[in-house]
Design a binder for this molecule. Structure first.
Ligand SMILES: Nc1ncnc2c1ncn2[C@@H]1O[C@H](COP(=O)(O)OP(=O)(O)O)[C@@H](O)[C@H]1O
Ligand SMILES: [Mg+2]
Length: 363
């Protein structure tokens, strides 16, 4: 198969303007590509480091057409871009990587879990719940504690509620906005891990080592690379991530969030077909970062080595944490990343610090 390469000097379009787009644009620049951002948000972190920004809603077809005309390939940093926008770009003949088929699965928590189950992967027990009326019997079947999440658009714990024994399901239903939802059994996990796998136009895959993720208030707080798990479990997690990427025919990056149970089972929690917060450590501790890997994948270049030259701990700077930058910038072994966001709202991802640690094993 001959692969049409999008060579250095070309332009990559990125849907979404957040920090994931910003770090993708920075990595693209290192390989000689320019980036054009389409985002509805003024002063977006990615716009600050890109050649051109089109400030428009994803539903604005004139803006999408202008965007398509300015770029050679389109990728995304935000998987909730409306499917119609992606289909419209595809109809103009622009490659969108990953494309609308992948998004259809990853935008819907029920479709996502159905997809994983069909491949033989494990998930928490779950049931779609479209109405408040359906929630009550579903909760009886599931038992408590359970987790109620909107099917679509949730992130950083938004759009979800845990239902403990005394909690009122009507309140939980209202709290998530009374939208079509998924009810999940609560997993008593031993730890949370994730695998980021890249898949190229030629179908080749390369995975980063599984990492452990620690959350505070449902927001990622810390990533530990590598995850302190057995070789056997790590191999299983990587193989599962690659299997999902192949089945999706993904071109780009796929982050697979997983729970590890006490009895050593892996349950898939969530799929994200884009760079992922749990992969930020790869900028400082791997030969090729997740962001460069995404650029390579969508441009049809050979994938790079995901090998790490150091272990790492990545800590998110949320809200006011960012004001502690003078401490981090002088800390030996630490690398500070700030996203250029002017307003430090509570829980907002403002930057991160990666502490690199000499490698202790040769996995
Ligand atoms: N079924 C579950 N059982 C136990 N904990 C859960 C469950 N679902 C989510 N969580 C916790 O909430 C966090 C956020 O949920 P997630 O489904 O990843 O949504 P998002 O990251 O999109 O907000 C997870 O990382 C995990 O810590
Ligand atoms: Mg998640």
């Amino acid at each position: 198969m001959t692969i049409q390469q999008i060579v250095p000097g070309s332009t990559i379009g990125i849907l979404g303007g957040g920090q994931l787009g910003r770090m993708t644009a920075l990595a693209a620049a290192e390989l000689g590509y320019a980036c054009v951002i389409l985002t509805p948000e003024p002063d977006a972190p990615a716009a600050q480091v890109s050649a051109l920004t089109i400030l428009a809603d994803y539903g604005d077809e004139a803006a999408l057409a202008k965007f398509a005309a300015a770029v050679d390939v389109v990728t995304l940093e935000f998987e909730n871009v409306p499917a119609e926008a992606v289909q419209f770009l595809e109809s103009l003949g622009k490659p969108v990587r990953p494309g609308s088929r992948v998004l259809a699965v990853a935008q819907d928590r029920v479709a996502e879990k159905d997809f994983v189950r069909k491949l033989g992967g494990g998930t928490a027990p779950y049931e779609p719940v479209d109405t408040l009326k359906a929630l009550i019997p579903a909760l009886e079947r599931m038992g408590r504690p359970a987790v109620l999440k909107t099917r679509r658009m949730g992130y950083d714990g938004r759009g979800q509620r845990i239902l403990q024994h005394r909690d009122n399901p009507v309140e939980a239903w209202d709290a998530i906005g009374g939208k079509p939802a998924i009810l999940e059994g609560f997993v008593k996990f031993n730890r949370e891990i994730s695998v980021i796998v890249a898949r190229g136009v030629d179908g080749a895959t390369r995975a980063y080592v599984p990492v452990e993720n620690r959350h505070k208030d449902h927001i990622l707080s810390e990533t530990i690379a590598p995850a302190p798990i057995s070789r056997h479990l790590a191999d299983q997690a990587e193989a599962l991530a690659a299997r999902i990427a192949h089945a999706l025919e993904l071109v780009g990056l796929l982050a697979v969030e997983m729970f590890v149970t006490d009895d050593g089972r892996i349950l898939v929690n969530e799929l994200a077909p884009r760079p992922h917060n749990s992969g930020h450590w790869t900028i400082d501790a791997c030969l090729v970062s997740q962001f460069e890997q995404l650029v390579r994948a969508v441009c049809g270049l050979p994938l790079g080595s995901p090998e790490r030259h150091a272990d790492a701990v990545m800590t998110n700077l949320l809200g006011n944490d960012a004001y502690r930058w003078p401490e981090f910038i002088k800390e030996p072994g630490a690398r500070l990343h700030l996203y250029g966001k002017s307003e430090a709202r509570p829980g907002r991802k403002m930057g991160h610090v990666t502490r690199v640690i000499p490698r202790t094993d040769r996995r």
